[in-house]
Design a binder for this molecule. Structure first.
Ligand SMILES: [Zn+2]
Length: 62
């Protein structure tokens, strides 16, 4: 895993960066929440695109 702070490459299980010694471990619960939020965002983006398409068809002059 790359350190988000100094970009040094670290072991995936590293808790602190071997270069800048900052805390880089992310709790599994946070990773799961991040995955869930990414999926939610993807669903919202798709819903928004559908709304835009619908608006476009409604706004088109007849
Ligand atoms: Zn670092």
């Amino acid at each position: 895993m790359r350190c988000p702070l100094c970009a040094a490459e670290n072991d995936d299980r590293a808790i602190v960066c071997r270069s800048c010694t900052r805390d880089i471990a992310v709790p599994p619960a946070l990773m799961a929440e991040l995955d869930m939020l990414r999926a939610k965002r993807e669903a919202l983006v798709q819903a928004l695109e559908q709304v835009h398409a619908r608006l476009d068809s409604l706004m088109r002059p007849r």
